[in-house]
Design a protein around this ligand. Sequence first.
Ligand SMILES: Cc1cc2nc3c(=O)[nH]c(=O)nc-3n(C[C@H](O)[C@H](O)[C@H](O)COP(=O)(O)OP(=O)(O)OC[C@H]3O[C@@H](n4cnc5c(N)ncnc54)[C@H](O)[C@@H]3O)c2cc1C
Length: 490
Amino acid sequence: MGARTGKEYIERLRASRRTVQLDGETLSSGIPDHPAFRGVVRSYAELYDMQHETELRDVLTYESPSSGDRVGMSFMVPRTIDDLLRRREAMKAWADHSFGMLGRTGDYLNSALMALSQAGPWFAQADPGFAENVRAYYERVREQDLLLTHTLVPPQSNRSQGASQQLGGAVSARIVREDEGGVVIRGARLLATIGPTADELLVFPSTVLKGTPEDAPYSFAFAVSCDAPGLRFLCREPLDHGRGRFDRPLASRFDEMDAVVVFDDVHVPYERCFMLGHPELCNTFYTDTTAAVHMTHQVTARTTAKTEFMLGLITCLTEAIGIGQFQHVQENVAEAIIALEQLRALVRAAEADASANEFGVMTPRWEPLNAARNWYPKLYQRFPEILRKLGASGLMALPSEGDVRGPAAEDVQAYLQSATLSGPERVRLFHLVWDTCISAFGSRQALYEYYFFGDPVRMAGAFVGSYDREPYAARVRDFLERSGEPVPAA
Ligand SMILES: Cc1cc2nc3c(=O)[nH]c(=O)nc-3n(C[C@H](O)[C@H](O)[C@H](O)COP(=O)(O)OP(=O)(O)OC[C@H]3O[C@@H](n4cnc5c(N)ncnc54)[C@H](O)[C@@H]3O)c2cc1C
């Protein structure tokens, strides 16, 4: 089958019978047409359609080594630096389509799965069957172009305790029994973004939480179909309130639903299991396989697109109301430019210094990408702040589309025009600014960027722990030794 069209994605979703709990209702069908999902489903469908556009086909797809069909570029196993650049170009093209507002486009987890599929010997430490399972699963996802999401973190009951201790161990998803065909899972995981609209759910270890030997029943990596019997998605309030594209240009298109995942004795066949038990291996799941590096490569393509959008939006805003000549405004514009250039530099450094990992996969250098991964969650918070400061009360002088096209149209034309825009044009621009920095959608984006890859505080700790600082400390010690009379040692 190979790379899907948007229609094929929607048809598969429409045929699926899953359990989605939303605002007091239990939905089992009709997801693509439901008001909470139809905007984002349409946006995802557009991404799949892009794979078939003549000028993008070679950017977004390549020839499958098994079937010869065109398949998504994010599945390609990179062997050269040029392959890495091709992967990034494809990821950037998708990210540009949503200004980086869609965090769970398929290329994010396809990148992880690609790396995992090549790390057979690492999985074989636990069971040679797992190595085969992950490879076969990767091929299936690639050939059917399935959309994956993941859930990694136990519920937020009591963070002073590990998963095995929270409320007597009965809250977090765990293996309650094994049978001949696989395992049975009961409990919950904190969150799966796009769970209600994805095809498959990866239930993987956390990127930062570390398991102990007692956490063995809570330590696993497997995949389930989003319509697996017993699986339920418990959704937050939708952020697309049906206000349309003029009033909510982003929320109406890109509201990726977040949902708690409940496993009510979900049976997972053995062939979908990639790790069972082995907390110590789960703790190094992403690093030893280099999945984290390839995921971050995708993330930086997306955050580059998002930063370009921020720079563009700040520029349109300052031009519209004639504030671009003020020095403090220029300082804010410079902040966005510097952020963009630093991000690009980190990505290029990681690609230029790439090397093959132990499984023969060309892998960007981790430290620059890890720096970007640690930096962006905090950096992103500045953009809404800058937009609010520069937009000021203009963000409140914001009639809706109904006013722009209705009885207030003359007032909008007369009094809401700006230095460079007509009244309706200014209102349209300011709705985009609003949806980026004030609306519930905008707030969720800020929270997403801060947390989606894990708690930045603990990511920083992991970065410090893994970064080789010794050469620099040695230089300092050497300087101290050289710079005067010896002093008594400790
Ligand atoms: C919009 C959004 C979408 C998401 N989508 C997904 C998804 O699709 N799949 C998925 O698996 N996850 C998803 N996540 C969850 C994400 O992985 C977590 O938010 C992240 O790992 C942090 O964990 P937490 O939210 O449970 O915070 P907590 O761990 O509960 O932390 C709460 C606060 O306490 C502090 N804290 C807690 N424990 C410690 C500690 N041991 N040491 C120091 N400080 C501590 C934290 O610094 C933080 O300030 C999403 C999150 C958001 C916000």
